[in-house]
Every structure is written in C-alpha cells, then in structure tokens.
Ligand binder design. Structure first.
Ligand code: GAR
Length: 209
C-alpha cells in the first residue's frame, strides 16, 4: 500500500478527486494517511474529515520564523510516514530539505502546460489570468515531480484544454480542472502506486509491462 499525504491550501477539489478515485478503484494500492493544510478552516480539511482522513493545519502565521514553520511541516509529514506527498493546490514553497529528503516522492499539479505559465507568481487563478492575457488557444495541466526549482521537476503527465473566446479566469480554471486536473492527478498516483513510472535522467519513463 502506497501511503500518501496530500497537502492543500483551499478548496480541495483535487483532493476530492483523489479521495473519490481511491473509493471507486481508479486509484489502487493506495491509502490516504493524512491531509495537511497551511490555512485553517478551509473546505479541503472538511473534505478530509468527511472521508475519515486526519486533517491537520500547520499555518505559517502560527510561527515567528519561517524555519520553525518548515520544521513543524517536516515533522508532521515525517510522522505520517508517507511513501508519496501530493501537492494538490498547496500554495506554499516546499522547504529544500524536505524536497531532498523525499526526492522523486513529491508530486505537484499545476494548472498550465509547463513550461508555459509557471514559476514564481504563477499559482491558482493567476495562471489562468495570464493565459487569457496572452491569448493562448490551448492551455491545460501538468503533474510533475517536485525538485528544488519552481515547477521544474520531471513531468509525469500533461493534458491540453481548449481556451474559448468568452472565457473568464474562473470559467477557464473550472474547465482545466474538469478536463485535466481531476483526471491526471489520480492517474499519476495510481501509476506511482503500481510501479508504472520511474525517473531516468530527470525524465519520467513508463515501465514496460
Ligand atoms: C488547482 O487548480 C491547482 O492546479 C492549483 O491550485 C488549484 C487548487 O484547487 N495549483 C497551483 O497553482 C500550484 N502552482 P483545489 O484546492 O480546488 O484543488
């Protein structure tokens, strides 16, 4: 059983997609052992509790120094003994020490086709605002392993989504979630849980069965 910790910051629709996929067997061989939020009172924590998964809040606001927050985050994650950490809309930069410790064992979902519209300052709705500003006709989502860079780790999967003329950032965000994110992220977790992918030379390869 792959032990998975999911880190969230807000609504938690990607978390919901994961929980539903575990329930209905699209993700196998996997147990969600905890959900960690950096914000208190978010819908994502409620979704965790509704599924009888421990929901824990570690807010940076509770700590005077960033290092203390990082330490609390690391200790909480370590305490859950995960095989995989999933950043499902976790809008906090992961401490480098944690990235090194869990090398190729942290995945992130990003709402664009990396390397477009990613990196510092590109998160949540902002990504879709920038895509609309630029007038791209295709956007999408990417699941990737997390390394020390920002949205730079090995890409696991990508799916494109059409941009329509009348899109608002909110409408586009919803379409990218429905047509890409909620499909890609559960698939990636299932692939990892069942040993179907591996990282070679900083690239993700599929294991031939
Ligand atoms: C999702 O669109 C996710 O891709 C994005 O935040 C949203 C969270 O929604 N993540 C990033 O932008 C990371 N750079 P959710 O809480 O409903 O899953």
């Amino acid at each position: 059983m792959l032990r998975v910790v999911v880190c969230v910051s807000g609504g938690g629709t990607n978390l919901q997609a994961i929980l539903d996929a575990v329930d209905d067997g699209r993700i196998t061989n996997t147990q969600i052992v905890g959900v960690i939020s950096n914000n208190p009172g978010v819908r994502a924590l409620e979704r965790a509790r509704q599924h009888n998964v421990p929901g824990i809040c570690i807010s940076p606001k509770e700590y005077e120094k960033r290092e203390a927050f990082h330490q609390a985050l690391t200790e909480t994650i370590d305490g859950l003994n995960p095989d995989l950490i999933v950043l499902a809309g976790f809008l906090v930069k992961i401490p480098e020490e944690l990235v090194r410790k869990y090398s190729n064992r942290i995945v992130n979902i990003h709402p664009s086709l990396i390397p477009s519209f990613c990196g510092v300052g590109y998160y949540g709705l902002k990504v879709h605002e920038k895509a609309l500003e630029r007038g791209v006709k295709l956007t999408g989502a990417t699941v990737h392993f997390v390394n020390e860079g920002m949205d730079e780790g090995p890409i696991i999967a990508q799916k494109s989504v059409a941009v329509e003329d009348d899109d608002t950032p909110e409408i586009l965000q919803r379409r990218v979630m429905e047509q890409a994110e909620w499909i890609l992220l559960p698939q990636a977790i299932d692939d990892i849980a069942n040993g179907r992918i591996r990282v070679v030379d900083n690239k993700v390869k599929r294991t031939v069965e």
